[in-house]
Ligand binder design. Structure first.
Ligand SMILES: *Cc1c(COP(=O)(O)O)cnc(C)c1O
Length: 497
């Protein structure tokens, strides 16, 4: 299996190269040349496997330059009860008849990002070895809150790597901020940026492709890589849990093999829902992929009209991990939907960079509407949804997941579609305690973050994850705040070059 760049389809690299590089030198994202297809029997068999085996099976289709032993080394280290609270790793909860919550937050940082970031360091160090790279790998991360912490946990003290995370100063929850500021490890750095997530991400992307910086790193025996979902090594682990969820539901007799399901994903950077798209095209029978956004609804408009327009107000919401106006992974989807037309991709993403806006062709518009449905939900309705889900089903969900549930309910009302549905539940409610508690109780309480956690525990009967409870006693290590124009000099300064 080889990988092309979305900006140049003549680029052809293997997975070890794609994973170590993170992003193509032309600024494009790496995309597998074709999507491997599973037979119904293979899908059924996945339901009988342990999670690490499921992952190894899926990876063997994409990382064809890895040996079986190399893949097993990665999967066995990442997907064990050493890192995850539950044996099955990706738990399925029944919300109500025919509606299933795929709980992806039982890892060390309590968000779905762990599903990929627990394994990415193994992929990356294995890939580096395979291509005889003897450089130190510097991971630069832009985070809307959850990726940063998950990447820090994944990469802390991993030999041959260091990691530096940028987050928007006022764009993450108090718990997320505390998780990052207290990060342990000898190869980690964390810095707040006066700006929003898009500023963080644009800055990181610009540094990655800055030839002057690249040379400075090169001269010092270092190279950059990415732990954001622009890295294929971040995306491929996310395909596994959709295939797993379908196969588990078949095994449990909830659905028949071959029966279609809907998949609802609370979406920001379009990584998680793109993984669901890959799972569909690998053979998981899907009726609609439902893209749920918060009030930063650039994707809702895009899917419904074919016009991507980021020239709009940016809102800080109670679902901060989705406060994004430039969804990077859309580029991969459009590359596939235009049959690898790198000229069109360059044209559209050039317009996005220059004018903040582009419009796709009519055939792509039709494909978008055929595969996806899209909706959005503001903060008020998000909180109301948390309250209602708790009252009706005794289930406590986080703000991002609540957006997905609400958008799904709107979808059901407007379409009458009764297809069974998997909803991606992307974070533990404890990560967003203030908004969750306010929603559960219907009022704002003036108590500390940790008292809020305790109160949610009383109401929800959900055990508080040990990693979050421990934060209370940890010292803060990282307090730097910089202006957005200072990102490049901060990176060079931190690296000592
Ligand atoms: C990152 C994140 C999302 C958005 O996922 P994308 O892959 O960026 O679309 C949704 N919910 C939570 C809790 C997240 O951390």
């Amino acid at each position: 299996m080889f990988y092309n760049s979305t900006r140049n389809s003549d680029v052809k690299v293997n997975s070890a190269q794609a994973i170590t590089q993170g992003i193509s030198a032309d600024g494009g994202l790496f995309v597998p040349e074709e999507i491997p297809v599973l037979t119904p029997d293979e899908i059924k068999a996945v339901g009988e496997m342990k999670y690490a085996d499921k992952a190894a099976f899926v990876f063997s289709k994409f990382l064809t330059d890895f040996t079986e032993a190399e893949i097993r080394y990665c999967t066995d280290n990442a997907y064990s009860t050493k890192n995850f609270e539950t044996e099955c790793i990706a738990e399925i909860a029944h919300l109500f008849d025919g509606t299933y919550m795929l709980e992806l937050w039982h890892g060390p940082t309590c968000a779905f990002k762990d599903m990929a970031l627990q394994i990415l360091p193994y992929f990356l160090t294995t890939s580096a070895k395979k291509i005889n790279l003897d450089k130190k790998i510097v991971i630069l991360v832009a985070t809307s809150g959850d990726t940063g912490k998950a990447a820090l946990e994944g990469f802390k003290d991993v030999e041959g790597t260091s990691i530096l995370v940028f987050y928007p100063e006022d764009g993450v929850s108090p718990m997320q901020k505390r998780q990052m500021k207290t990060q342990e490890g000898n190869n980690v750095g964390v810095c707040a940026l006066k700006g929003n997530f898009d500023d963080c991400q644009n800055g990181v992307k610009a540094i990655f492709t800055d030839s002057e910086v690249k040379k400075a790193l090169d001269d010092n025996g270092m190279m950059f890589s990415s732990a954001n979902s622009i890295n294929w090594g971040r995306l491929v682990p996310q395909i596994v849990y959709y295939i797993s969820a379908y196969a588990e539901l078949v095994k449990d007799g909830e659905i028949a093999l071959g029966e279609k399901v809907n998949i609802v994903v609370p979406t920001g950077n379009f990584g998680n829902i793109l993984a669901a798209y890959y799972a569909k095209h690998m053979g998981i029978p899907v009726n609609k992929l439902i893209c749920a956004s918060n009030i930063n609804n650039v994707l809702t408009d895009f899917i419904n009209t074919g016009v991507y327009d980021r020239n709009r107000q940016f809102y800080a919401t109670v679902s901060p991990s989705m406060d994004i106006l430039i969804s990077s992974n859309l580029e991969r989807l459009l590359y596939i939907m235009t049959d690898k037309n790198d000229k069109l991709i360059n044209e559209w993403f050039g317009k996005l960079a220059a004018e903040g806006k582009y419009e796709v062709s009519d055939d792509v518009k039709a494909k978008l509407l055929d595969e996806f449905s899209a909706g959005y939900c503001d903060d008020e309705h998000t909180k109301a949804a948390i309250h209602e889900i708790y009252e009706k089903y005794s289930y406590t969900c986080d703000t991002h997941t609540a957006v997905a549930v609400k958008v799904y309910e709107d979808y059901k009302k407007s379409t009458g579609d009764t297809t069974k549905t998997i909803i991606a539940s992307t974070a533990s409610p404890y990560k967003f305690s203030a908004a969750v508690l306010e929603s559960l109780e219907g009022k704002n309480s003036d108590i500390s973050e940790y008292d809020k956690v305790d109160r949610i525990a009383e109401l929800s009967k959900l055990p508080v994850p040990a990693a979050l409870a421990d934060l209370k006693n940890k010292p803060e290590r990282f307090g730097d705040v910089i202006a957005k124009d200072d990102q490049k000099s901060y990176v060079l300064g931190t690296l000592g070059i």
